[in-house]
Design a protein around this ligand. Structure first.
Ligand code: FPP
Length: 253
């Protein structure tokens, strides 16, 4: 029996790009973890950790384009974060509101395009209006795409995609045999964005926590012990440098 070459896999938006040593990640996604521990270590309320976390968000957005990053995705509020005590959820919503009210103009002036992933229908109508306004205002910007994951969970995203496709199949507008990676990716919240090349998680935890499970199929993972409020340009540069040392093979040799 002759050995035949394995068929080539041709995934859609997760299509691997050739990676050379020293390559730069085009899309970096970050699980911002450790705000609570940062505050606890200083005997401060958790909200102070989240406030400091917003400063780290600012620093990271500012640093990203200089490091060649085109898309920066930040896990700001997961679909599981509603389980936190009501006062913390309320504090986080307050911070999000404040962020949208006070920072969009500057982000726009700095050429940042804003996108949001996650089931944003769960937010109050004023927040939804702010998200829509920010996305519309910044849609033409090209210096950096900032994707905020809000009420995002990969399981929830895939459930929504599956339901949408089931509706199309039932309506006769989508043939079951036409469902492939490309069709699924076209319905993900991240449709049109390149897949993350690098996923960073701070605070020493080493898991994905329901973040971009489909999209990160071939992402390199970098875990750092730093707590999110301490994250800065040097931290991002270190993670990018670690990425440059990785040998990306996408299942090949
Ligand atoms: C994890 O720290 C962080 C979060 C759940 C939320 C991240 C939010 C921010 C950085 C601020 C809001 C951002 C924007 C863009 C307005 P944790 O509380 O789980 O920390 P712990 O694991 O140490 O308790």
């Amino acid at each position: 029996m002759s050995l035949r070459a394995a068929p080539k896999i041709t995934p859609g938006h997760g299509t691997p790009r050739a990676a050379a040593a020293g390559a730069m990640p085009r899309h970096v996604a970050i699980i911002m973890d450790g705000n609570g521990r940062w505050a606890k270590a200083r005997h401060l309320p958790r909200i102070m950790g989240h406030r400091k976390g917003v400063e780290a968000v600012r620093r990271t957005i500012e640093a990203a384009p200089d490091l060649g990053i085109e898309v920066l995705t930040l896990y700001a509020f997961s679909s599981e974060n509603w389980r936190r005590p009501a006062d913390e959820v309320s504090d986080l919503m307050g911070l999000l509101r404040l962020y949208l009210q006070t920072e969009i103009a500057e982000l726009h002036a700095n050429g940042v395009r804003m996108r949001f992933i996650g089931d944003t229908t769960a937010f109050s109508t004023d927040v939804i209006a702010m998200l829509e306004k920010a996305a519309a205002l910044t849609a033409g910007n090209t210096r950096l795409t900032l994707v905020l994951a809000l009420n995002y969970g990969a399981h929830d995203e895939l459930v929504r995609v599956t339901r949408a496709m089931a509706v199309e199949v039932a309506a006769g507008t989508l043939a079951p045999s036409a469902i492939d990676a490309t069709e699924i990716e076209a319905r993900l919240d991240t449709a049109g964005l390149p897949p993350p090349d690098l996923v960073i998680r701070t605070s020493g935890e080493q898991r994905l926590s329901n973040f971009l499970m489909w999209q990160a199929a071939y992402a390199e993972l970098v875990f750092t012990d730093e707590l999110w409020p301490d994250f800065d340009k040097a931290s991002l540069a270190r993670a990018v440098a670690a990425f440059g040392q990785r040998d990306r093979r996408y299942g090949g040799r």
